[in-house]
Design a protein around this ligand. Structure first.
Ligand code: DOR
Length: 429
């Protein structure tokens, strides 16, 4: 449960441990916010100050998600910019980049501008990812540089892979000079061959069409080779297999300027989540085996993978109530991201500061964004965490318009207790 309200004019966050990912420094103390900006606590004045007891809590920069689906325009019944922003705040995210697989697709500078205009009133910072190809059809390049000039921060046909290597190559060549990343949804569709879950002994047992690890890894390998050849900026989304982690690591070691992300669900869940035919666990790329999951965790720990991104993908109850073949791919992830990631990565030996980096510095670097340091004058863009709090994720924690997650009922270690962003604050109740 939680509440989103206008930020008090004057707020004192007391007794916190403050970790600033922009500087890598940790200190103990108070943080003061006045009219949406950080100020020196002494300058707050005595009159009407709201207080937030943050003893035992960790305060840090708001999280940045570089991969979410807010479905506006076209499918606001699944998610709108407003409902997606509420889900973001509940998850500790103050900035979110939305994918262009909307109806119609965001594939023109006009559409980029219109979305950014609507985003002005949101309580989070919204970034727009434009489509690589017109209509996300993978054939003809969209107006990439014009979209970039209109404010698009990256390009992707997300949900649809760029099957034609020449189209991907041109996209990387055209955007090379401006440095805007190309994010290819890497799944070779003929290899995927209608697969709805990971191809394995379990898919055979369940009688469901399997999607082999090669469908992802072969396309990522092709994309990495093209990135190497062109020198363009490639970002590899939702890495799900051990093979892909190894490929990304190898190309990074060879000095190819690539970045990669992993989702909390590929870190924390395996194909076992599908054993009871739960369509909410049907996602693309699919949940894989325990060995793949561990490889993705290792990739994040050793820097082969740069950041965590949610791939928050809302779908209606009716859509997910279809059978395994018909139900759409995707699960929501903003509200559960920190809890799940911390539950998995903490015991694996990742320091909480490093996890925060994967949710702030890492995504910022992948999209070429600046982090604001936590110092007087900066806009208040904060998340308050209780890394040791154990809680059970239920429907009450969901602020998204959709409910499609296989994580309901799971117990997480580490909770977002408050988020402060653009004149709003979320508090967990
Ligand atoms: O599972 C997924 N759902 N993967 C994607 O790449 C697209 C997303 C969606 O838009 O629903």
């Amino acid at each position: 449960m939680g509440r989103i309200a206008p930020l008090p004019k004057a707020l004192l966050i007391e007794g916190a441990t403050i970790y600033d990912p922009a500087t890598g420094k940790t200190r103990r103390g108070d943080l003061a916010v006045k009219n949406g900006r950080l100020i020196e606590p002494e300058k707050l004045g005595a009159a009407k100050v709201e207080r937030l007891d943050a003893r035992g809590a960790l305060v840090t920069h708001g999280f940045i998600d570089i991969h979410a689906h807010f479905r506006e325009p076209g499918r606001e019944d699944q998610e709108s910019l407003e409902s997606g922003s509420r889900a973001a705040l509940a998850g500790g995210f103050t900035r979110v980049a939305v994918m262009p697989n909307t109806l119609p697709a965001i594939d023109s500078p006009e559409m980029v501008r219109s979305l950014l205009e609507k985003a002005e009133r949101l309580p989070i910072v919204l970034y727009v990812i434009g489509a690589i190809s017109r209509g996300r059809e993978g054939l003809e390049l969209a107006e990439l540089l014009e979209m970039q000039a209109a404010g698009a921060l990256a390009f992707s046909d997300d949900g649809n892979p760029i099957a034609d290597g020449q189209v991907l190559r041109r996209a990387l060549q055209y955007t090379k000079d401006v440095g805007t990343p190309i994010i290819n949804h890497a799944e070779d569709l003929p290899l995927r061959d209608g697969g709805v879950m990971n191809q394995s002994a379990l898919s055979t047992r369940l009688g469901l069409p399997g999607n082999p690890v090669e469908a992802e890894a072969a396309m990522v390998h092709r994309d990495l080779l093209i990135a190497q050849e062109t020198g363009g900026r490639l970002h590899v989304p939702h890495v799900s297999t051990a093979l892909t982690v190894d490929l990304v690591r190898r190309f990074k070691e060879a000095g190819v300027p690539i970045t990669a992300e992993a989702t909390p669900h590929h870190l924390g869940l395996t194909e076992e989540a599908l054993r009871q035919f739960d369509t909410n666990a049907k996602v693309a790329p699919p949940l894989r085996t325990e060995a793949d999951r561990q490889a993705v965790v290792r990739g994040l720990m050793d820097g082969a993978i740069d950041c965590i991104a949610t791939d928050h993908a809302p779908h209606t109850v009716e859509e997910k109530e279809q059978d395994m073949i018909q139900a759409p791919f995707g699960m929501i992830g903003l509200e559960s991201a920190f809890g799940l990631a911390n539950t998995v990565l903490g015991p694996a030996g990742l320091a909480i500061e490093k996890l925060i980096d994967l949710l702030t510095v890492g995504p910022a670097r992948a999209l070429g964004l600046e982090l604001t340091p936590l110092e007087p004058g900066s806009p208040a863009e904060l998340v308050v965490l209780r890394p040791d709090e154990t809680w059970t994720f239920t429907e009450k924690d969901i602020h998204s318009r959709s409910r499609n997650t296989p994580m309901l009922g799971m117990t997480f270690n580490g909770r977002v207790v408050a988020t402060i962003s653009r004149g709003s604050w979320y508090t967990c109740t």
